[in-house]
Design a protein around this ligand. Structure first.
Ligand code: ZN
Length: 212
């Protein structure tokens, strides 16, 4: 069995969940959604002698991407995101940085992912599952061997992400939850972009999207 260590940092004014997943055999770490505090995260990684190898973005909103630059300045790190999110990542009016953050952020990802694409990072097998709705290129990252999925702002514990923002669609969100995330094994742990973790089993029972 692979040894993995998952750590959570809650960052920024939106209290975004930034996850650090470390392979304890190699100290290689992947970073999910460094939404703020990039300098602080970089200092922590150095202090703990972790070796960051890549950044996974669940979507392009400012509160999930604004720590990327400081991490890239500290380390050489490829940024992974959905191909369908490329325009939003580059457009401050769409990623809401201009409106809510007071300074604009725009980002060009290094690796553009398609729905269903599998890849290896830090020794972990990752499957990219396109889950649009909150944004048009929302991507969830499923790690079958670890038994969890990073769901971004698509799926939260007992709720789901807003669909009144640029490129949002409630119809797409419903489809992403019902036909994609809820089809994962029921004991899969869901690690969302904000708030507490949950499981697919719990959300299949309790998530209000099933009632709409
Ligand atoms: Zn968002």
């Amino acid at each position: 069995m692979k040894k993995s260590n998952l750590q959570l940092a809650v960052v920024g004014t939106m209290q975004t969940n930034c996850y650090l997943l470390t392979n304890t055999e190699t100290n290689e770490t992947l970073i999910v959604d460094p939404g703020a505090d990039g300098d602080r995260i970089a200092a922590y990684l150095l202090q703990e002698k972790m070796r960051p190898v890549g950044i996974l973005l669940t979507h392009g909103h400012f509160d999930h991407i604004s720590g990327v630059k400081a991490l890239q300045d500290a380390f050489r790190l490829p940024v992974y995101a959905a191909e369908a999110e490329e325009a939003l990542l580059g457009e401050p009016g769409w990623n809401l940085s201009a409106k809510f953050q007071g300074y604009s952020v725009s980002l060009v990802p290094d690796v553009l992912l398609a729905d269903g694409e599998g890849f290896e990072l830090a020794g972990f097998s990752v499957k990219a599952i396109l889950t649009p709705g909150h944004t048009g290129g929302g991507m969830s990252y499923y790690l079958p061997e670890e038994g969890f999925v990073f769901s971004g702002d698509t799926l939260f514990r007992h709720t789901y992400g807003r669909t009144d923002l640029p490129t949002s669609s409630f119809e797409e969100l419903k489809h992403s939850l019902r036909e994609k995330l809820f089809k994962l094994p029921e004991d899969t742990e869901v690690l969302p972009g904000h708030g507490n973790a949950t499981t697919i089993k719990e959300e299949r029972r309790r998530n209000p999207v099933l009632g709409d």
